[in-house]
Write a protein that binds this ligand. Structure first.
Ligand SMILES: [Zn+2]
Length: 629
């Protein structure tokens, strides 16, 4: 998950090393504290309770009972290791580090002399059965998560023990797969991006070559698919360079595109970027939910047709939002285009963050945009890909804040943080203070200025229509417009202050008319946040199935300290229809309007915070019409 483009030949922007962005307060600082205090401990317990750690012990020859869980149980251990490692770079935590060391020792003990490690195969199968079910058995997927954990652990702690395990396994795989060796690709992409990261960390060219080999080995129609899905379920229906639509299992598709973007960052192959751009336009222009969630269908956890974006029966797996952020981050690094940071931000604050409860110990796998009631978060899942994925993403969120290039520093996301960056031969330290996403003022103080002239570039989100930029109190005219970076170039002095004001008025958003599931509906947004109506906040007797909202509805925002951990709510002047007596008919002849809608004040809360109280009804999209008049 942690990307390092510090040496990538085709990166427009360089990532900052692990630990160089320190969150100092506010929204994400609080999320990271809960992640550390609650989620990572909870995750360790659940890996114990669910059998993941016991499976590895069985592979060592210890352990009790039988292998438990699906074939990819090891990957949850690796994701937890990655999350905990990344958080150790945020805050020293000897107790957590001891748990990390204990789990790494277990993983290392389970590794076989030839480098192979997969507890399912080691416990359940014979050695000759390895690599015989590439499309469904996740050996390469689990390996990829091991490689990601290992690079993160090495970067965060400087320790090589897990990296050595990963390299031995990568060497084992490289000895089996490749030109002139065994052909094939993983049914669940993941190892591609992980091998590129392992290459970045070790400088070992074979790992990059193997990543490209696995990308090239797709698209030959050899995989069996799932249910009525054929090879497209695995994105094996067409070679990557010819692909123009995101299809099949959403997480598979999005991990694949992230890996292809990594390959582009190292090779600069234009055909890969051309394919990525086609896929990105299809994903974000036709198949993305407003929340930055992906996957319209439960069947196959898959993308649907263009504009098939139902609110209630959508899938929007938490992992798909995470994978989409990983892809958009790489696209940003490759191009420097702020629309990728915009798209990342949409998933980050909405379709991703809804995947974890406010208390940090309950999770959503599926993230619908409408609930008819009765949906609550479990504390874990039999297929628990999402919870540890949430943990690693929150531990890493600071890394999305800023990058550098030859001209200076780019700030992409706003949070109270200290940012350390190398610019030219100098060291730059920025102190950023903000109450974002609740307030739009961002104050950046230059603490260390470096020696030369350089450019500070601040992303102006695409949703933001009014901005103001000040340098040491003086307004900078024409300094900022939406969807770009506001740039200031000068010889900076310690103590220089830049203030950016992003207007955060609540706004109404309409869907493309072809999204017929929500045609004629509107959503409330404010800044990067998508809002929803939850039953609990509405006046007594208001059924969320009956509410509607006019396009010119008055909206008002209010900070509420004691609600949902502190949120800005949005009040909207809406209406609620009296549907009258249909005498138990579901359909009837068209007739003149019989009933009116009465005014009602609707209260909206941030979507990410839904389902933290009673499991009532919820909706993001609100019809403009009662259906009766
Ligand atoms: Zn998942």
């Amino acid at each position: 998950m942690h990307v390092s483009t510090t040496k990538s030949m085709h990166a427009r922007q360089r990532t900052l090393p692990v630990g160089k962005v320190t969150l100092t307060g506010g929204f994400w600082h609080e999320k990271q504290a809960i992640n550390r205090r609650v989620s990572l401990r909870h995750g360790y317990r659940m890996l114990g309770q669910s059998g993941n750690l016991n499976n590895l012990r069985l592979a060592v020859g210890a352990g009790e009972g039988a292998y438990r869980g699906p074939v990819f149980m090891d990957s949850d251990v690796y994701k937890w290791l990655e999350a905990a490692s990344l958080d150790l770079a945020n805050v020293a935590d000897p107790e957590l580090e001891a748990l990390v060391d204990e789990v790494i020792a277990l993983v290392a003990a389970a590794q076989q002399p030839d480098g192979y490690i997969n507890s399912y195969y080691q416990v359940h199968k014979q050695p000759e059965e390895r690599w015989t079910s590439l499309d469904h058995d996740h050996e390469l997927y689990c390996a990829g998560h091991l490689f990601e954990a290992a690079t993160a652990h090495h970067r965060a702690t400087g320790k090589r023990d897990l990296l050595d395990v990963a390299c031995r396994f990568a060497d084992c795989i490289d000895g089996i797969f490749g030109p002139g060796k065994r052909d094939g690709a993983p049914g669940h992409p993941e190892i591609e991006l992980a091998l590129v990261e392992l290459y970045r960390e070790t400088g070992e060219q074979r790992y990059l070559d193997l990543a490209v080999f696995f990308i090239d080995a797709r698209g030959k129609g050899r995989m069996r698919g799932y249910g009525r899905w054929g090879a497209a379920y695995h994105q094996d229906h067409v070679p990557v360079r010819q692909a123009s639509e995101v299809v099949g299992h959403a997480v598979r598709q999005l991990y694949l595109t992230a890996g292809v973007a990594d390959a582009y960052l190292e090779t600069g192959e234009q055909a890969l970027m051309d394919a990525l751009l086609r896929l990105w336009h299809d994903a974000t222009g036709r198949k993305m939910h407003l929340t930055g969630g992906y996957g319209a269908r439960h069947e196959g956890e898959a993308f649907g047709h263009a504009y098939e974006l139902p609110s209630d029966e959508c899938y929007c797996e938490t992992c798909a939002a995470i994978a989409a952020m990983m892809w958009n981050w790489r696209m940003l690094l490759a191009t420097g285009d702020p629309r990728y940071a915009d798209t990342l931000e949409r998933s980050l604050y909405n379709g991703f963050l809804s995947g974890v409860s406010l208390d940090g110990q309950r999770y959503f796998y599926v993230n619908p945009l409408q609930s008819r009631g009765g949906i609550a978060r479990p504390e874990w899942y039999g297929c628990a890909c999402c919870p540890p994925n949430v943990m690693r993403q929150i531990a890493l969120v600071g890394n999305y804040m800023a990058t550098t290039d030859a001209t200076g520093v780019q700030v992409h996301q706003y949070a109270s943080a200290t940012i350390e960056a190398a610019v030219g031969d100098g060291r730059v330290v920025l102190e950023m203070e903000t109450r974002y996403p609740w307030e739009g003022r961002v104050k950046i103080t230059v603490a260390e200025a470096g020696a030369e002239s350089w450019t500070l570039a601040l992303r102006i989100p695409g949703w933001c229509e009014h901005t103001a930029l000040r340098l040491n109190g003086d307004i900078i005219a024409g300094g900022a417009s939406d969807g770009t970076y506001a740039s200031l170039t000068r010889v900076w002095q310690p103590g220089d202050v830049v203030e950016l004001d992003l207007a955060l008025s609540p706004r109404l958003t309409a869907p493309h008319p072809r999204v017929d599931a929500i045609r004629g509906s509107l959503a409330i947004e404010r800044g990067p946040l998508v809002y929803c109506l939850e039953e609990e906040d509405q006046e007594n007797g208001v059924d969320l199935l009956d509410v509607c909202l006019a396009p010119n509805a008055e909206l008002g925002a209010m900070w509420q300290e004691d609600l949902l951990g502190g949120v800005v709510t949005v009040a909207a002047e809406g209406r609620v229809a009296d549907v009258g007596d249909w005498e138990e008919q579901l359909y009837r002849p068209v007739s003149a309007p019989e009933t009116d809608a009465r005014p009602v004040k609707l209260i909206a809360v941030p979507y990410y915070a839904w389902a933290n109280r009673m499991p009532g009804t919820m909706r993001v999209w609100i019809p403009t019409h009662s259906g009766l008049t």
